[in-house]
Design a protein around this ligand. Structure first.
Ligand code: AQP
Length: 332
C-alpha cells in the first residue's frame, strides 16, 4: 500500500473548515488503501510563541479531533512530532543542504513575518519549511495530502530530496502533493478572496469545527456574498457564493452543478439556510465525540504512544541511512 504522510499544527483550540475540507478529510479517506502517518506538529507550533500549558492542551485536543473525524489508530500511525526526535535530527541535516536564498523565497514566511517585521520573527519560522521537508522525507511517503497553501513547501521538499539523493546516494522518495482541487482553498466567509485562516481570519470569517453548532450556522447565514441574486459557481466574480457552494458540495456529496440547478431561482437565503443546517448536522456529532474523547486522556496518550512507536521505527531506519551517508561515525 502506498504510504501517505501529513501533519497539522496544534495552534488553535479547534480545527477549522479550511483544515478539514482542504486536508483532514482526505486523511480519513486515504486510510482505506494507503499506509498513513499523521502527526501533530508541535515543533512547528513553537515557531511562534506558545503558552506551554495551552500548547499541551491543544495537542491533546488535536488528537481527539483527529480520532473524532475518523482517523483510526488501527489503520494510521497518529503521533506527536516532538515524540519522534528524528524529525529535528533530519531537519538539521536538511538545513545544511538548503540555500539561504532558497529558504527566503518561501512565501509563507514572508506572509507570516509581515506583521511584526522580519526582525521579530524567529529563525525557526524561517527554517520551518526545511523541518517540514524532514517530517515528510523521513517516512518516504508517496503522497502528502495538503491544502493549496502548502504546494510551495512540497516543491522545496522534493528539491531537497533530489539534492540529497544526488549528492550522496538515493535515499529519499520524491513525494507527490495530494491536493484536491475542489477544496484546496476554502475561503474566509467574510473576505472570500482570502483563505480561511486561523491567524488572519476574523471570528465571523472562520468556521471552527468545535464551535457551538448554532454559532457556526449563524456564521454561514451571515457570509458575505454579492449584490446579485443568482446562484452560480464563479470564483472570479462571485467568490462568496462559490465558496458556499464548495463547502455545501463537500458536506453533502452533491455536485456543485446539481446544487446550482437545485437552487436556481431561489435567493441566497435559501442556500445559506440549508447549508447552515447541513453544517449543524455535520459538526454536532463531531463535537460530541471530541468532547467525549477529551474526557479519556489515558486513552489519547496511549494512542499517541503507539503512534510514536510505529513512526519511530520507520524514522530511525531512514535517519540511520542518512547519518551513514553523510559521513557520521555510528555509535559503537
Ligand atoms: N483555507 C484553507 N483551505 C484549504 N486547506 C487549508 N489548510 C489550511 N487552511 C486551509 C490546510 O490545513 C492543513 C493544516 O495546516 P496547518 O497545520 O499548517 O495549519 P495552518 O496552515 O497553520 O492553518 P491556517 O489556518 O492556514 O493557519 P495560518 O493562519 O497560521 O496559516 C494544511 O494541509 C493546510 O494546507
Amino acid at each position: 500500500r502506498p504510504r501517505v504522510l501529513s501533519g497539522i499544527q496544534p495552534t488553535a483550540d479547534s480545527f477549522h473548515f479550511g483544515n478539514y475540507l482542504g486536508a483532514l478529510r482526505q486523511w480519513v479517506d486515504l486510510q482505506r488503501d494507503h499506509q498513513p502517518f499523521f502527526f501533530i506538529a508541535d515543533l512547528h507550533a513553537i515557531t511562534v510563541e506558545q503558552d506551554p500549558k495551552v500548547l499541551r492542551e491543544r495537542t491533546l485536543r488535536a488528537a481527539a479531533q483527529l480520532l473524532a473525524m475518523g482517523i483510526d489508530p488501527a489503520r494510521s500511525a497518529i503521533f506527536v512530532q516532538s515524540q519522534v526526535p528524528e524529525h529535528a535530527q533530519l531537519g538539521w541535516v536538511l538545513q545544511c543542504l538548503t540555500g539561504f536564498g532558497e529558504a527566503r523565497r518561501m512565501t509563507q514566511f514572508k506572509d507570516k513575518s509581515a506583521k511584526g517585521g522580519e526582525g521579530a520573527a524567529s529563525v525557526g519560522l524561517f527554517t520551518y519549511p526545511v523541518l517540514q521537508a524532514a517530517d515528510i522525507l523521513l517516512y518516504r511517503p508517496h503522497y502528502v495530502p495538503v491544502g493549496e497553501d502548502q504546494r510551495q513547501h512540497l516543491e522545496l521538499t522534493r528539491d531537497l530530496a533530489q539534492r540529497f539523493n544526488h549528492r550522496y546516494k538515493k535515499t529519499f522518495r520524491l513525494p507527490e502533493p495530494y491536493i484536491l482541487k475542489a477544496t484546496a482553498k476554502i475561503a474566509d466567509l467574510q473576505d472570500p478572496t482570502s483563505k480561511m485562516s486561523k491567524s488572519a481570519s476574523s471570528p465571523a470569517g472562520i468556521v471552527e469545527m468545535l464551535d457551538q453548532p448554532s454559532v457556526s450556522a449563524k456564521k454561514i447565514r451571515s457570509a458575505v456574498t454579492d449584490s446579485e441574486a443568482e446562484i452560480r459557481f464563479d470564483p472570479e466574480t462571485k467568490p462568496g457564493i462559490s465558496n458556499l457552494l464548495t463547502i455545501f458540495s463537500a458536506l453533502s456529496g452533491t455536485t456543485v452543478t446539481d446544487l446550482e440547478q437545485e437552487y436556481a431561482g431561489q435567493g441566497y437565503g435559501a442556500l445559506k439556510g440549508d447549508l447552515a443546517d447541513a453544517v449543524v448536522t455535520f459538526v454536532t456529532p463531531f463535537r460530541d465525540r471530541t468532547l467525549e474523547l477529551l474526557d479519556d486522556q489515558a486513552y489519547l496518550s496511549e494512542v499517541l504512544r503507539q503512534g510514536a512507536e510505529q513512526a519511530g521505527d520507520v524514522a530511525r531506519t531512514t535517519l540511520r541511512d542518512v547519518y551513514q551517508r553523510v559521513g557520521f561515525v555510528a555509535p559503537a
